[in-house]
Design a protein around this ligand. Structure first.
Ligand code: FPP
Length: 248
């Protein structure tokens, strides 16, 4: 059994869900079967994070590059996503979860955007965990989008170039209003960030597991959280400073 201390949970957990395709190929199944199983894992992880009291969960569901995969796979992923949004709204309501999306939504089909709007609006007054799906998302694209927003406001005269600092810049990112992730998990043995939340993970703890996403489960989640809780986060300071700061 893994021991989880509620007071030391990450406030924001971000996950790169990887390995659906390999999970399927290892079993001589079509890649879409892996994605379907991946959606079941999403359900399990979302509900367990909410039950544990994690405040924010952000899942990398579709990168801007994923949209360049063969048309059949993109279509299947979109169909899965639509079904998830339609079916899941009532479970999100039951669990008091607020639903949110980040990414370049102009690249998503209209029916997906409608389903997103409907789920966001249904769950907008929920006060529990905030579930964010990154869809058609790329971190460099997000940073360029923020820079364009800032440039626009400077040109309009509403802010001065001298006012631009980290806090102000972050308000122009897709993730405005979300705290930075404390823990980033990536499944399937790949040790890369793949253009996910580059700005926001500056101080996040990174956790990599060999397990493919369809095989990730409550136990694997607890293992990752227990590992996170055993780490000392120093934010560039020395251990004594951080330990003293924690004391009242
Ligand atoms: C990585 O596996 C996963 C994806 C590209 C998509 C993740 C999508 C889901 C879990 C399903 C849709 C999500 C929701 C929330 C409905 P991969 O295909 O890159 O695996 P591989 O690296 O083994 O090929």
């Amino acid at each position: 059994m893994h021991e989880i201390h509620p007071e030391k949970l990450p406030r924001h957990l971000a996950v790169i869900m990887d390995g659906n395709g390999r999970w399927a190929q290892e079993r001589m199944l079509k890649r879409i079967v892996g994605h379907r199983r991946g959606v079941e894992t999403v359900r399990i992880v979302v509900e367990e994070c909410s039950r544990l009291g994690i405040g924010y969960l952000t899942l990398f569901a579709l990168s801007s590059e994923n949209l360049l995969r063969p048309k059949g796979e993109v279509r299947s992923l979109m169909a899965l996503l639509k079904r998830y949004l339609e079916k899941e709204a009532s479970r999100l309501m039951k669990n008091n979860i607020r639903f949110n999306v980040i990414g370049d939504r102009s690249k998503l089909p209209d029916d997906i955007n409608l389903a997103i709007d409907s789920t966001v609006s249904k769950t907008k007054d929920n006060s529990g965990m905030v579930l964010t799906l990154a869809l058609s998302y790329g971190a460099r694209q997000e940073i360029a989008y923020a820079a364009a927003g800032l440039a626009h406001d400077v040109a309009a005269g509403t802010i001065c170039p001298g006012d631009v600092d980290e806090g102000l810049f972050a308000r122009y990112l897709y993730t405005t209003g979300l705290p930075d992730p404390d823990l980033l998990i990536r499944t399937s043995g790949e040790m890369r960030i793949s253009n996910f939340l580059l700005w926001q993970i500056a101080y996040a703890e990174l956790y990599f597991t060999e397990v493919n996403w369809p095989d990730f489960n409550k136990e694997e989640l607890h293992r990752a959280l227990e590992n996170y809780q055993s780490r000392e986060r120093r934010y560039g300071l020395i251990g004594d400073q951080v330990r003293n700061r924690r004391q009242p």
